[in-house]
Ligand binder design. Structure first.
Ligand SMILES: [Zn+2]
Length: 111
């Protein structure tokens, strides 16, 4: 675990992104945070957000404006709803194409 080491000791601050050097899960930095009675692995960027900006409202996710998953630079983080996060991830063009494909399927069914 991270005895005696603070959260920011695991961060490599570059000119743009602050890269997480600790443990990772699926590209995201993870950091064990003491919650109540045990350590819980928490996404590092969520910890960074809470340490610098504040409490994350229930139901909101932290989106990376820079799209670098292990970045913990609070200037690159924004609290958004899950839906918004997904929309941003796949982009409007992908959504438009999905919508079109659906429409075409429907047209084919009723023809
Ligand atoms: Zn970044």
């Amino acid at each position: 675990m991270h005895k005696g080491k603070g959260f920011w000791d695991y961060v490599n601050k570059t000119a743009t992104c602050w890269l997480w050097k600790g443990g990772m899960t699926r590209g995201y930095g993870v950091y064990a945070v003491w919650r109540g009675n045990r350590y819980r692995n928490t996404r590092a960027h969520r910890v960074a957000y809470e340490l610098t900006i504040g409490f994350i409202p229930v139901g909101l996710e932290i989106d990376h404006l820079c799209r670098v998953r292990n970045c913990v630079n609070p200037a690159h983080l924004e609290a958004v709803t899950h839906r918004e996060n997904i929309l941003r991830g796949i982009g409007p063009e992908m959504l438009r194409q999905r919508h079109l494909a659906k429409k075409q399927r429907k047209a084919a069914e009723t023809a």
